[in-house]
Every structure is written in C-alpha cells, then in structure tokens.
Write a protein that binds this ligand. Structure first.
Ligand code: OMD
Ligand code: FE2
Length: 443
C-alpha cells in the first residue's frame, strides 16, 4: 500500500469514536433511525435494511454466557455465492497432528520479512496449537508479518481472534465499525465477525491467539475486590460504520482449519446499525492495573491475567491471556524474577517491546517479535544471568518498565506445525540459557 494510503488510514484511525465497557449490551447506528426501537425484527426494518442475528453462544446458554448481536444491514449475509477452497498459505488449524508433541523448551526469533504484497491474512503463520476447531476446544498460536493492507474481507468460523500487534498499527474495519490497534494494544474479533485489516504503518507484525473454546471474559477478582487488573470500562467497542459498495469483493472464511473464498457482488461490511454483546473490541495493555506482592515472594502470573477463556472445570482455562506490564518490585528477602518452575499448563510467550525480566541474558535471546514455548511440565525459569544477578541484588524498590511481554497459557500442550518445528528462525541453542547454573549446595 502506498504511503498515501497509510496516511489516509491513520487519519481515519485517529478520529474514531468508541463505546466503552467489557461485555456490555451496546447499541450503535451510523444513520439516525436505523436501529429498530422496542423489537429486533420488525416486519420491515428501518431504512429498508435487513435484520440479522449473529449468535456467539447457543440460544439457550445461561444469561451470563449468552452472546448475540442484531445487525441491520444493506444486504443480508445470506446473499452470497458458494465458497470454494483456497490456499491456506501458512495458516493451520486444530487438531494439530503433523508433528510429535515436543517436551523441549523452544524459542524462535521474529518471523522473516514477508514477500512484498503480503496482507494480514496471507501473512498469518501458524506456530501450533491444541484441541479441535470442530469440537470448539483449544487454541492456536499464529504470528503475522505483513506489508500491505487487505482489500479482501476475512471471517473466522473456528474461533475468536485475539490480535496482539507488536510492530505497526492496524485499522480494523469490521462489520460493527472501525477499531485502531497499535503495538501495546490488543484487539479481539469475535467468532464469525467479518473484518479487513489495513496497515497504519509501512509494515505490521504481531501475534494472534485463535481461541476455539469459550469466549474470553475478564477473570473473577475474588478477594482483590471490585476493581483492578483489566478494568471493564477500558475495553472499547466500535460505533457503527458501513460500506455501501457494489462490485466484486473477495470474502475469505476460515472453516474447520481451511480457507474458503467467495467473490461477493458487494461489501459485507454493510451494517448500518447494530446492538448486542457479541462485538469486537480493543484494549490498551498499558491501562492494566498491575497488582503484585508488597511483602515477599513472587506471585504466580495468574495475577496478571487480562482475559480468560473458561473451561467446564472452575479455574482451569482453555487459554489465559496474561500481560507482564510495567510495575514496581518491592519484595523483601525475595528472589524477584519469575521462579524456576514446571507447570501443568503450557506457556507460549511473546514480547511486544523491550526485555523480559526472566530473560536478561543478553542479545539474541528473547527478542521483540520472537516467542518461546514451555510446554506442559517442561522445566524453565530465569536464565543463568538473571538468576545470578537477582540472587545478589540489593532489594531496594525497583521499577520494571523496560518491556511489555505477554503469555498465552493453555490447559493442553501446544503441538507445533511442521513449519514451526523446522523453521530457520527456531533457536537451536535455547537450552544453553540454563547451562552453567552452578552447584551452590553446602550441606
Ligand atoms: O515462564 C515464564 O516466564 C512465565 C511466568 C512468569 C512468572 O512471573 C511466574 C511463572 C511463570 O510461568
Ligand atoms: Fe513459566
């Protein structure tokens, strides 16, 4: 996309209005009177629009878990030609069965540069995942690298997409309106919602958690109280905005792991008004209210949970999204960085910027745009340099503000795609960060 194109997208992105609040029953109309009052499906919807319900939960799920939106659109979604299979590129879906699950600690450098002309969808590269899209369980880890705005439209029937930009801003044109997601923000596109990604900068890179399971919600706060962690009002949904475009538009649908394409004779981003709670949103991770220990010991990272996808077992997430945001460390007589551990949950970590406090062991390690995978029960923790430094550090209050890292923590091991298992950017020597940890035992 030309510089002018990006400038136009940036101007649009910087002027957006929002609706605030997580999980709210929002409503919005781009034209006055477009939203029916007092009923969802009048005999004739206002302004000659078509009424359509988009369900994100079974009709009969309990009220707290029930998700649906009503869309008032120029043409009904049903007015489309058949979809035919198209190339999946480097995108894969669950079940992941092409490699043997690997118990080793693994770490990758950033993705290589994309070929010129790569849009967000073509730039998606699947690292691995678990569960089964057709069973609506599990998750996948994708990364993306793109240099071109999409002109086509994408929708994922398999799950919701949690997008974590690492470099380059994104303008998300969705059925519900426009959202801006810069590095340090997250964007969530619910299952089935159609959208197009335009680049706000020359290139864009980031991570995507595709969640096949129950939609992400805010974690319960228990004794923390009524406030803290990610506060609901900081989640921003779009206001209605529509494209009244007649002419060929390619629409790509991901269905049970494969991409399917159809050329519509209009843009499906033609929703003039909507109401409901199955809506896309963005959230600025710097708004996260970080809570931690103000006495001793390093708390478990669950205290940094931004969003959680619950399973049928209380407290056991299909996947948690966790952020390691700037914070103070004040623990007394405490080894302050992440401890050595083996976890039944599997941890994929990414770095948006700067450094991560468990991996201070120098250049070429855990770098922005890279990622690490510590699968179920694999032993990991601070690297040698971090351990040595933190074991003898002067325990004055210390501000950690030189990085923004995150974790997708999932209940099942992550099985790699062949592309991830054999990637040139897979670091062959990652194990070495734990070599040379000396024996200090003095019985
Ligand atoms: O492995 C990691 O770096 C993630 C992590 C962070 C932390 O603060 C405690 C446990 C944990 O798994
Ligand atoms: Fe860990």
């Amino acid at each position: 996309m030309s510089g002018t194109g990006n400038e136009q997208a940036r101007k649009t992105a910087e002027a957006l209005d929002h609706l605030s609040g997580f999980g709210n029953e929002h409503s919005s109309e781009a034209l006055p009177g477009a939203l029916p009052v007092g009923r969802n499906s009048p005999q004739r919807a206002p302004l000659g629009l078509y009424a359509e319900q988009l369900s994100g939960s079974a009709f009969t799920e309990p009220r707290h878990a029930n998700r649906r939106s009503w869309l008032y659109r120029i043409r009904p979604s049903a007015a489309h030609p058949p979809f035919t299979r198209t190339d999946n590129g480097a995108l894969r879906g669950a079940p992941f069965t092409e490699t043997v699950p690997d118990p080793n600690r693994l770490r990758w450098d950033p993705l290589p540069e994309p070929p010129r002309g790569t849009d967000f969808l073509a730039g998606l590269w699947t690292l691995g995942g678990n569960g089964d899209a057709a069973q609506r369980t599990g998750m996948a880890v994708h990364l993306y690298a793109a240099d071109t705005s999409m002109t086509r439209v994408f929708g994922d029937s398999d799950g919701e997409l949690l997008i974590v930009p690492q470099q380059g801003g994104l303008l998300l044109r969705t059925e519900f309106g426009l959202l801006r997601a810069e590095p340090g923000h997250i964007a969530l596109i619910p299952r089935g919602v159609r959208f197009r990604v335009e680049l706000l900068d020359a290139t864009a890179r980031g991570y995507v958690c595709e969640n096949y399971g129950r939609p992400f919600v805010l974690p319960d706060l228990g004794p923390i109280g009524a406030n803290g962690l990610a506060n609901p009002r900081d989640f921003l949904a779009p206001v209605a905005a529509y494209e009244d475009v007649t002419g060929p538009v390619e629409v790509v649908n991901k269905f049970c792991g494969n991409l399917w394409s159809a050329t519509y004779d209009h843009s499906p981003l033609d929703v003039v008004a909507w109401h409901g709670n199955h809506v896309p949103y963005v959230y600025d991770l710097r708004r996260f209210n970080v809570l931690g220990s103000i006495s001793y010991d390093h708390p478990d990272p669950s205290v940094f949970t931004v969003l959680t996808s619950p399973s049928d077992t209380p407290g056991l997430a299909g996947v948690d999204f966790v952020v390691f945001a700037p914070r103070w460390l004040v623990g007394e007589d405490t080894f302050r960085p992440p401890y050595f551990h083996r976890n039944v949950m599997s941890e994929y970590m990414g770095l948006i910027e700067g450094a991560y406090d468990a991996k201070t062991g120098g250049q070429g390690g855990f770098v922005p745009g890279g990622g690490s995978l510590h699968n179920m029960m694999s032993a990991h923790g601070p690297d040698r340099d971090t351990f040595e430094r933190a074991s003898s550090a002067d325990l004055v209050p210390q501000k950690i503000d030189d990085g923004l890292a995150f974790m997708f923590e999932t209940r099942w091991p992550v099985t790699l795609t062949p592309a991830a298992a054999t990637a040139d950017h897979l670091q062959p020597e990652y194990d070495r960060v734990w070599q040379g940890l000396e024996r200090h035992f003095r019985p």
